[in-house]
Design a protein around this ligand. Structure first.
Ligand code: MGD
Ligand code: MGD
Ligand code: MO
Length: 899
């Protein structure tokens, strides 16, 4: 883009041609009054406060609709402008009842500020406001309230909902001259597309829209704002926790322009943190006495835990101990946890939920590219010519990335292919939807590659210069023409061909995937297939392309980076290699085991068989999240000694011998690493409940009583140790990431971080093609269990529900679980909407209400695992991918009966 010279108040400025003048002015520190402007939105020009004078053009002009052109010269303040702004404000007050004394926004309201600045009177014109509070802005008035008397019809809420969120849920009715209707916003959640993200509340300049839970709890100016990183998904949104005088969270706001979310959040980030103040929070250590727990001091708990673990080690050897680390907790805590297991337990029996999640990604992409991480960055999704979403329900599970994709498609910048057995929200706007049967992805992708090779759409230069073993892959693919894939997957061959052509023809194309790909006995094969297809078309190692596994938990990337895995130290340094062992023995001052440890499922298996006697579960809830719950509970009950460290008394904690109370992310400092490998800070914002401690402090307490001598004073100090032993984090320090996080690899203090991996060269040198053949799922439907059950998540809830089900808003929107079933299957089984059904597999059964929906394909049913009353994992199968050891959460055989 060309640069141009413009002039604001006599000051020369260089900016891109066509840039929004208001935006440029604000960036350069000029204070042009505005009410309808939000940098994320198209210009409205409605409030007329941003008027400026322009050299050579008489009159006044709105700067928010002005584009930068060479020689443009404007003046932002003058007597004339002040007079006009004053009367504009006075007119606005005829629509806005200035009840400032009782308003939460008092002292932090642009309207109030400008009125003061320009001496506007609130009562110069008669009020035309009618109506009052409308709590029913959203259904049941759960989250958001609307005060008609404060609305100045700036359109920011309408536009943010349309242009940014893509939900198009808000309409402004009856806007004609001076006529104001009672409820200009009419919406009902049940048949509205509102996602309750609260973007409208956040952009509202006057407080007409407000978070109901925050009403009366504190004025903006009296609250402290603490910038932090969201606890929910791997997008890593930056949020501002607004803290009231009582030290409690009042509401969440967010700032446009801040990476990676640009001020956008989903319903969980905006309204889902009230769980931190719930009475059910753990406040003191608990020790089991018979069937019940009693409270204890930290001293007693530390002593007991250390004594029992040491005792088990002495009597049964180090192999009798294992630990699970936590993708919900910080990098520092995970680093300390794996150091604890490796140095105090003396083995590598450390793993975590990444095993249930992206283990196949780590295995597959490491084999193909040399690194298991997302290759590209979140920002790119606004401008990627083609996005292929496969097995990711992006708008529900990585919502802020989902809205980026939605916006890019709406603006015509992006073509979208979605492959998912369900009609998810993204399929509504997709150019092609491939609705495959669960478990048939290899056939589908191979057939796409068959078409690409057959029609010579592949990138021969890239294949020749950057990859190896192409021929092996080609031989496998040529066994899988689209007609074969149609038989296996149920997707018409012509659709597969069309998708292949669209993907291959794009100037650059990005693959976005998640659990639909990874959670299969063929998970690693699925990932290898996607890597094959990206390399086949030269779509790796450049911007707007790549293979992008969306990491799930807020810090699952970090928990892996920190060595929360049985085969690697921090930074993926292999435990079996003598040089890494020597390095960490020197750094930690102890001798270490070079035998790779056990994975989650192997740990659970050995717990069940009695081989493992002592287990330390940190920040996970395997009773509800591991496959085949009945077996998991049986196993856990067999442990000699089970320690659970959590913020709540979870279903797993209920089985423990000792429960250790942790602080939540809002009560301590630390870092999370998001899905694009960006290391970001979260900060202490509220008072911690009772005697809870930060995770790293708790683990250190146990370690020191087992013989370690660790003296960490802060999370930042731990990060310095991490940086010293972890080359990809070598350049990370709290100082450097205070404002904006850095993306690893970031090897030294001068390095600016890495946005795109594998540019010029793959991490492993040449990219490696792998021949992959289609294999069916482990447990196929049969006469007795005729349907396929696939499991996953929904927008409003998080995994085992420990947090989201304790949030008023989230629980209010979705209080219970449902099984999604196609109208055809429901009809055949005589099941109607909301009917109670019994769902059973060879492993267990649950009762739940039916959601009959044409979003499901015939023969497939879908269940989330958020609700302990209807636990999905009572049904799932513990069959594992042979390489990655990830369970087949996405496909097993099931039977459904009406109760
Ligand atoms: N709201 C919310 N967000 C979350 C989470 C949460 O619990 N709640 N969890 C986080 C975590 S840890 C993770 S890992 C991510 C997961 O994020 P996603 O992977 O998006 O979540 P899922 O719902 O498990 O599965 C995604 C999709 O896979 C489809 N699917 C099922 N079987 C198959 C198949 O055989 N092939 C293909 N191609 N698709 C299939 C499902 O229909 C579903 O739409 O979400 C993260 N974000
Ligand atoms: N059927 C089925 N099962 C699945 C999946 C599926 O798609 N289908 N997906 C799998 C996937 S991808 C994943 S990632 C797993 C998730 O499985 P889990 O990780 O077991 O699930 P969460 O409910 O997120 O558990 C996190 C725990 O950490 C606690 N916690 C939160 N913050 C802190 C903290 O700061 N400190 C401590 N100590 N604890 C904290 C929470 O209260 C909660 O108990 O589930 C897996 N299970
Ligand atoms: Mo996950």
């Amino acid at each position: 883009m060309n640069s141009v010279n413009i002039r604001i108040n006599g000051k020369d400025i260089i900016c891109p041609e066509g840039a929004n003048v208001m935006h440029v002015a604000i960036e350069k520190g000029f204070d042009i009054p505005n009410l309808c402007y939000d940098q994320r939105l198209s210009p409205t020009g409605a409030c007329r406060l941003c008027i400026v004078e322009m050299e050579g053009r008489p009159g006044v002009h709105t700067s928010c609709t002005m584009k930068a052109a060479e020689g443009l010269s404007i003046t932002t303040e003058s007597e004339k402008l002040s007079a006009l702004r004053k009367s504009t404000l006075e007119l606005i007050f005829s629509e806005h009842k200035a009840t400032c004394t009782s308003c939460d926004r008092e002292g932090a309201c642009s309207l109030q500020d400008y009125a003061y600045r320009y001496g506007a009177a609130e009562d110069r014109f008669p009020s035309i406001v009618k109506g009052g509070l409308s709590d029913n802005y959203t259904e049941g008035g759960i989250a958001i309230g609307y005060d008609v008397e404060k609305c100045i019809r700036c359109m920011r809420c309408v536009k943010i909902c349309d242009e940014v969120q893509g939900a198009e849920a808000i309409t402004l009715e009856g806007r004609s001259g001076n006529v104001v209707v009672n409820t200009p916003f009419s919406m009902l959640l049940t048949d509205s597309s509102c996602e309750m993200c609260g973007q409208c509340v956040d952009t509202c300049p006057t407080g007409a829209l407000y978070a109901k839970a925050a009403k009366g709890k504190g004025r903006v100016r009296t609250m402290e704002k603490v910038r932090t990183t969201c606890l929910y998904c791997g997008v890593g949104c930056q949020l501002d926790l607004n803290i009231g005088a009582d030290g409690k969270l009042v509401k969440v706001t967010s700032e446009p322009g801040v990476i990676p979310n640009d001020g956008n959040t989903c319903v969980k980030g905006r309204f889902g943190f009230d769980f931190i103040h719930r009475d059910e929070r753990l406040t003191v250590p608990l020790i089991r006495e018979g069937e019940a727990f009693r409270e204890s001091t930290w001293d007693e708990a530390f002593d007991l835990v250390a004594r029992r673990f040491s005792g088990i080690k002495e009597k049964h050897g180090s192999e009798a101990l294992a630990g699970l680390t936590s993708a919900k907790s910080g990098n520092e805590d995970n680093y300390i946890m794996q150091k604890f297991v490796r140095t105090q337990f003396g083995n590598n029996n450390i793993d975590h939920c990444a095993r249930l999640c992206h283990a196949s990604t780590v295995a597959g992409l490491a084999r193909a590219f040399g690194s298991g991480a997302m290759t590209n960055s979140i920002d790119e999704f606004s401008d990627t010519p083609l996005i292929f979403v496969i097995g990711s329900n992006t708008t529900e599970n990585h919502p802020v990335m989902g809205i980026k994709i939605r916006k890019a498609v709406a603006e015509g910048k992006t073509k979208l292919i979605v492959a998912d057995p369900r009609k998810i929200s993204l399929t509504d706007i997709a150019h092609i939807h491939l609705q495959q049967k669960p478990g048939s992805d290899v056939a589908l992708i191979n057939a796409m590659m068959y078409t690409i090779i057959d029609e010579k759409l592949h990138d021969r230069d890239f294949i020749k210069s950057r990859t190896e073993d192409y021929e092996l892959m080609e031989a496998a693919v040529m066994k899988c023409p689209p007609e074969f894939a149609e038989k296996v997957s149920g997707v018409p061959a012509e659709d597969i061909r069309a998708a292949a052509r669209l993907y291959a023809a794009a100037e650059s194309a990005s693959i976005v995937y998640s659990m639909g790909i990874t959670q299969h006995t063929t998970g690693t094969d699925n990932v290898l297939s996607l890597a094959n297809m990206a390399m086949l078309t030269g779509n790796v190692g450049k911007p707007f392309a790549g293979v992008n596994p969306l990491r799930g938990q807020n810090n699952v990337q970090g928990a892996c980076d920190m060595g929360g895995l049985p085969d690697v130290y921090p930074g993926y340094q292999k435990v079996h290699l003598p040089e890494s062992k020597a390095k960490f023995e020197k750094a930690w001052g102890v001798s270490l085991s070079d035998k790779p440890g056990l994975t989650v499922n192997e740990i659970m298996h050995d717990v069940g068989s009695g081989k493992i006697k002592g287990l330390y579960v940190f920040g996970e809830n395997p009773v509800l999240s591991d496959p085949d719950t009945n077996e998991v509970v049986k196993s856990l009950k067999k442990t000699d000694f089970l320690v659970v460290q959590d913020i709540f008394l979870t279903e797993t904690a209920e089985l423990a011998d000792v429960v250790l109370p942790a602080r939540s992310f809002a009560e301590r400092d630390g870092t999370f690493t998001n899905t694009e490998r960006r290391v970001q800070v979260y900060r202490e914002a509220v008072l911690a409940p009772g005697e809870s401690k930060p995770d790293w402090e708790i683990i250190t307490g146990v370690a020191n009583r087992m013989g370690a001598d660790w003296n960490y004073n802060s999370a930042s100090e731990i990060m310095d140790e991490i940086a010293s032993v972890t080359p990809i984090y070598g350049g990370i320090s709290y100082e450097r990431i205070a404002d904006v996080g850095l993306q690893w690899p970031c090897p030294d203090k001068e390095h600016k971080g890495t946005a795109v991996l594998h540019q010029g060269k793959f991490s492993r040198g040449l990219g490696k093609f792998h021949p992959v053949d289609y294999l069916p799922q482990q447990e196929l439907p049969d006469e007795e269990y005729p349907l396929i059950l696939t499991t996953g998540r929904m927008l409003q809830h998080w995994h085992t529900g420990t947090m989201t089900r304790k949030s008023e808003v989230l629980h209010g929107i979705v209080p219970e679980g449902h099984i999604q079933i196609s109208p055809a299957d429901a009809g055949r089984l005589g099941i109607g909407p909301e009917d109670k059904v019994k769902v059973s597999t060879r492993r267990g059964e649950i009762e739940i209400a039916a959601d009959v929906t044409d979003r499901m394909k015939e023969g497939v049913v879908f269940l989330t695992f958020h609700f302990k009353e209807s636990p999905a994992n009572a049904l799932t199968i513990a069959a594992l991918d042979p390489i990655a050891k990830i369970p087949e959460f996405k496909a097993c055989a099931v039977k459904i009966e009406k109760i």
